[in-house]
Design a protein around this ligand. Structure first.
Ligand code: S3P
Length: 167
């Protein structure tokens, strides 16, 4: 059932949700965002989940979400949290993996305090940079398609709309 999903991966702030929503709007896909789904299921923001239950609990929520997506969802563009691929081995079974790649320094320059505040793993920027390097390798190894997402949102929408047809 899940082969028809497009799964957007990439580091925090690379634009997965913004572009996913817009591309889905003009296509036959519908849009899902795993962070929002976890927030709804838990009745708490990601920031609060990290604070009250810790990261390990959040990763468990992500693992359960991947299991659920595999058997219940098809025809969706799915925006994932930046750590989902690194923490959930079977994300490839949910659909075709598309890595939206943006250099770390560009990501930092795009984020305001509110955006940073929503993301507990950005508290320490040097740790986040190291995490980016580790994740970039993993994302690259697992991706079916890598898109250079260091562009305007409008350009990225065009690229994703076009390149998804090659999968
Ligand atoms: C995380 C990324 C966040 C969110 C959580 C953990 C990560 O999602 O899932 O804060 O480990 O990279 P975004 O990639 O949408 O910011």
């Amino acid at each position: 059932m899940s082969a028809t999903n497009l799964v957007l991966i990439g580091f925090m702030g690379c634009g997965k949700s913004s572009v996913g929503k817009l591309v889905a709007k003009d296509s036959s896909y519908y849009f899902l965002d795993t962070d929002s789904m976890i927030e709804s299921a838990e009745g708490q923001s990601i920031e609060k989940i990290f604070k009250t239950h810790g990261e390990a609990y959040f990763r468990q929520c992500e693992k359960e979400m991947v299991i659920w997506l595999k058997s219940n969802v098809s025809g969706a563009i799915i925006s994932t949290g930046g750590g989902m691929l690194a923490h959930c081995d079977s994300l490839n079974e949910v659909g075709k993996i598309i890595y939206l790649k943006v250099p770390f320094d560009v990501i930092i320059s795009r984020m305001n305090d509110e955006e940073l505040g929503k993301r507990p793993l950005f508290n320490d920027k040097e740790k986040a940079r190291k995490m980016y390097e580790d994740r970039d390798l993993k994302y690259t190894q697992k991706a079916d398609l890598i898109i250079d997402a260091n562009t305007s949102l409008a350009e990225l929408v065009l690229k994703l709309s076009h390149e998804k047809t090659s999968l």
